[in-house]
Design a protein around this ligand. Structure first.
Ligand SMILES: [Zn+2]
Ligand SMILES: [Zn+2]
Length: 137
């Protein structure tokens, strides 16, 4: 998987995703505003190439809404299938969840990093750390 960085561009306010490699200058595909420079793909998650922040968190890379929507359909079907659909949909939900890869995101600028090898030390989003970076967003 090619590593990509996704973020809301501070120049044009659009969400953009770019494929990245060693030594690449990062620029918005819409307005061409420069975001920063990526030195090496392996060290991206030590220091954010865009804002120089050193704190990242990891998350499952999928829209939670999809999971809720699947459960919602299961609940709607309950009266007809005597509850069996709930179990089936919970299983589908779980299977989808397991297949979902992880992403890493920068606490300060919110950039999302996909396709990078995520260091073990990265943890899920922690609210008290997020609060410290709120003013930058
Ligand atoms: Zn832009
Ligand atoms: Zn950042």
């Amino acid at each position: 998987m090619t590593p990509t960085i996704s973020r809301f561009c501070d120049g044009c306010k659009k969400y953009a995703r770019i494929a990245v490699g060693d030594g690449q200058v990062l620029a918005c595909p819409h307005c061409h505003k420069e975001w920063g420079k990526l030195e090496r793909v392996e060290t991206v998650l030590d220091r954010c190439p865009i804002c120089a922040c050193r704190q990242f968190y990891t998350d499952k890379d999928f829209n939670q809404i999809i999971g809720f929507a699947i459960m919602g359909v299961g609940i709607v079907l309950v009266p007809k299938t005597y509850g069996l659909s709930l179990a089936v949909f919970a299983l589908i939900d779980w299977l989808i969840y397991r297949k979902v890869p992880k992403l890493a995101a920068c606490y300060r600028c919110g950039s999302e990093f996909r396709g990078f090898s995520i260091p073990q030390r990265l943890k899920n989003f922690m609210h008290h750390i997020g609060l410290r970076y709120d003013k930058y967003r």
